[in-house]
Design a protein around this ligand. Structure first.
Ligand code: AVJ
Length: 321
């Protein structure tokens, strides 16, 4: 059954999993790591000392809050639209600055998960009651389209945490172009990009000794077991990270420790692994100014300004049309 009819799959997760595990070389899509367990593990990752991205971006926002607020400011006020807000820890640094200077703005966090939005709204009501919050449940681009339609005042679109790094360049350009399509001339995009740096520091961030990143990566197998009736034994796979300093691409793999089989009931699929065969699971792209300028150019955007931490570990860029 190499070419099952599309109707055989109940979900995109089922279909993408079938495709990935019947390809050579095998792969799985990192977006499926993020079920409830995956979300929790990612929160833990962001709090680990090895995952420098959090601290670096936190420092940038803390040190430059005033300059960033100046850039956001507009005579008629503005809407601050955040794509993938999470727990809002870093965003709160900017919100605090904006509240202190009595800026006229509304905060519109966008997320696919209503649960995430409820938690964020609750914590903002408690910590920063002065902020006008209007949560937006939905996919990034449907929501942006909707907001672009009936919105006259300036939009500032916020994407923190180097989330773009999960996309290959071609898809990163599409992502930026989709945002650009929803932007008017006054609007701006404020976005985080993890930078090229000592390769060991990158490898350490994606291979912590406590095994949190390993559990995060293996959550793909755990989720296949739970939702698609799989019988993977995650212990029989090795979490493996590589970084290519030339391309700036960090890659995660699961490597089969032995020759083994796994069956996935709902896909009616038996997957065979040779000893040391790999499943590619995630890319975490690292950038420099040249790559960011090129991506922006391809997407019809211009880099207007950037903010960096002391060690140039991480940068936040402001883009305009
Ligand atoms: C959410 C894409 C920014 O690639 O650094 C963290 C996800 N994967 N540890 C990243 C991730 C392993 C993270 N992003």
């Amino acid at each position: 059954m190499k070419n099952p009819p599309e109707t055989m799959f109940e979900t995109a997760f089922a279909e993408d999993t079938y495709k990935g595990l019947t390809s050579y070389p095998k792969y799985l899509l990192s977006k499926y790591i993020y079920d409830q367990k995956g979300d929790k593990l990612f929160q833990q990752i962001m709090d680990m000392p090895e995952y420098y991205l959090t601290q670096c971006e936190h420092n940038i926002l803390e040190m430059n809050a005033a300059a960033i607020a100046d850039e956001f400011n507009s005579e008629n006020g503005f809407d601050l639209i955040e794509l993938g807000a999470g727990d809002g820890k870093k965003t709160k640094l900017l919100l605090k600055e904006l509240v202190e200077r009595k800026s006229d703005f509304a905060y519109l966090p966008v997320d696919i998960s209503q649960h995430v939005l409820d938690e964020l709204e609750g914590s903002l009501k408690k910590d920063m009651p002065a902020v006008k919050v209007k949560v937006q449940q939905g996919t990034y681009f449907k929501t942006l389209e909707k907001l672009a339609e009936y919105n006259s005042r300036k939009k500032v679109i916020l994407v923190l945490g180097s989330n773009i790094g999960n996309l290959l360049h071609k898809r990163a350009v599409e992502f930026l172009a989709n945002i650009a399509a929803a932007m008017s001339d006054d609007d701006m995009l404020f976005m985080g990009f993890d930078q090229k740096k000592h390769p060991q520091k990158i490898l350490d961030a994606y291979n912590d000794p406590a095994g949190i990143t390993e559990a995060f990566n293996k959550n793909l197998l755990v989720r296949i077991n739970a939702e698609l009736g799989g019988n993977f034994n995650p212990d029989q796979f090795l979490h493996w990270e590589t970084y290519d300093p030339e391309t700036g691409t960090a890659k995660s793999f699961l490597v089969s420790k032995t020759a083994q089989k796994a069956s996935i009931e709902k896909l009616r699929l038996e997957v065979q692994f040779e000893a040391w065969e790999s499943i590619h699971t995630e890319i975490s792209q690292k950038y420099d100014d040249a790559i960011v300028n090129w991506l922006a150019d391809e997407a019809g955007l211009k880099v207007e300004r950037s903010f960096s931490d002391r060690d140039d570990c991480f940068k936040n860029y402001i883009f305009r049309k």
